[in-house]
Design a protein around this ligand. Structure first.
Ligand code: ASP
Length: 448
């Protein structure tokens, strides 16, 4: 039994939905389907979810929202017209929106219900379309599927009991279409996952039904070993482990929603990333374990937008509690940190720039000065991190040598090196302006 999830670009218009239907028909093991809301049809287009958010915000700010609703309705009308199926969904959306806006719910709950309309309506449309093709298919609301979540609007967490409910889907003989991106609290409130959360639903459903495979259909043939915007037509990754995927996604590989792999990983279900526009391509498979490879490096990821707080103090290594006090200051400001490389008398804390506003930065620096009495404290900006990722790197001689040579050849100064805390990656900190040439040099070394 396979669970197939189709992302926004795969369901963006009627033409894409025809491809989706073919893919479902091609393999009768694809019994449970999870869908996103219609995404962009062309690069300047707007995703239905973004239109819905704009509409919800307009309503909540007492501004006219009707034009946004009209645009959403037209997106669905185009689909139903072209597929020659009933447009009942249009009335359902209109009525749903009226009910959501008129309810006594909080602004947050209204917003979640509005956001979920895209997925919910698309799931209905797809099931009607599959029925029109003579398939036994049924739309299934997440509440009826048993997808129960915590009461955190916009960032729902799945409740463990959902998996048992979902297992019962195995008994159904029709193809079941479930909208992604949202679930319900035990007392019936609709709550969405974080943005991009249909991936999470897909993974949860795959874990719940104990699928043999979770197929995640998107618009690329596979995961590339490096960002194709930096290296044109890079090598494709045919298989990688969950751990490798996680390390890669940490630094800019945005194939998958961060949280999405967890349920499938815990249930040990292989995940296959495939292309709706080219379903014949093998795709990339993500598994728990794989055979050792001659070249253990599977990918190179890079991301900019990091800052480093550098602190030095003579005899820091003897001062008990220094690290704790430093991290408490960050905790008090609600800032999570990424790495803390340290030396005998110094420590750096690497943080994502987006988590450190100007005001927070000022408060953090003042408190570090007042409470820790360092000799020096300063912030370095424009830091980029490059991760060289692959299981088996820990037991292969000479990889760090190769990597540092590549940086030297590209004439890039290394600000930071971190290897050891993870057995599957080496991390390098460099100036953001040097990312592209560094990644190209590393690619040449490991894959060229
Ligand atoms: N439609 C939602 C979003 O755009 C969820 C998803 O597509 O996965 O965030």
């Amino acid at each position: 039994m396979k669970v197939a999830k189709f992302g926004g670009s795969s369901v963006a218009n009627a033409e894409q939905l025809r491809k989706v239907a073919n893919i479902i028909q091609d393999d009768r093991d694809r019994k449970v389907i999870v869908v996103s809301a219609p995404g962009k049809r062309f690069s300047e287009d707007t995703k239905v979810t973004d239109l819905l958010i704009e509409m919800g915000e307009a309503f909540l700010n007492n501004k006219p929202y009707e034009d946004k609703l009209e645009t959403v309705l037209n997106r669905f009308k185009d689909i139903t017209n072209e597929l020659n199926i009933s447009d009942e969904v249009i009335n359902e959306i209109k009525q749903g929106v009226v009910e959501i806006f008129a309810s006594d719910n909080s602004a947050e709950l209204k917003m979640d219900a509005i956001k979920a309309t895209g997925e919910d309506s698309l799931a209905k449309v797809l099931s009607v379309y599959l029925q029109s093709l003579g398939l036994k298919a049924a739309y299934l609301n997440p509440a009826d599927a048993g997808i129960f979540v915590s009461d955190n609007p916009g960032s729902a967490q799945i409740l463990e009991e959902s998996y048992d409910h979902l297992y019962k889907l195995r008994d159904r003989d029709e193809i079941v279409i479930i909208p992604g991106f949202f679930g319900y609290t035990k007392d019936g409130k609709l709550i969405t996952f974080s943005r991009g959360g249909s991936d999470i639903t897909g993974s949860i459903v795959a874990a719940g039904v104990k699928a043999d495979l979770y197929e995640n259909f998107t618009d690329v043939d596979s995961v590339y070993c490096v960002n194709p915007n930096i290296v044109p037509s890079p090598k494709e990754i045919t298989s990688l482990t969950y751990k490798e995927m996680r390390e890669l996604s940490y630094a800019g590989f945005s194939v998958f929603h961060d949280e999405a792999l967890i349920p499938a990983f815990k249930a040990d279900i292989p995940v296959c990333i495939k292309n709706t526009n080219n379903p014949q391509a093998m795709g990339t498979i993500i598994v728990s374990k794989k055979e050792p490879q001659p070249n253990p490096v599977v990918g190179i990821a890079s991301d900019t937008g990091f800052v480093s707080i550098y602190i030095s103090k003579y005899l820091m290594n003897r001062e008990i509690g220094f690290g704790r006090k430093l991290l408490t200051i960050l905790e008090d400001e609600g800032i999570s940190f990424e790495h803390t490389p340290s030396g005998i008398d110094d420590i750096s804390v690497i943080i994502r720039e987006s988590r450190m506003t100007k005001e927070k930065e000022e408060r953090v620096i003042t408190r570090i000065k007042n409470e820790l009495h360092p000799d020096t404290v300063h912030i370095d900006r424009d830091l980029a991190l490059i991760m060289v990722v692959g299981e088996g790197m820990d037991s292969t001689v000479g990889l760090a040598d190769k990597a540092t040579h590549a940086f030297a050849e590209a004439n890039v100064n290394l600000e930071m090196i971190n290897q050891g805390s993870s057995e599957v990656s080496m991390m390098f900190g460099i100036k953001s302006s040097k990312v592209d040439e560094s990644v190209r040099a590393l690619y040449k070394t490991f894959f060229g």
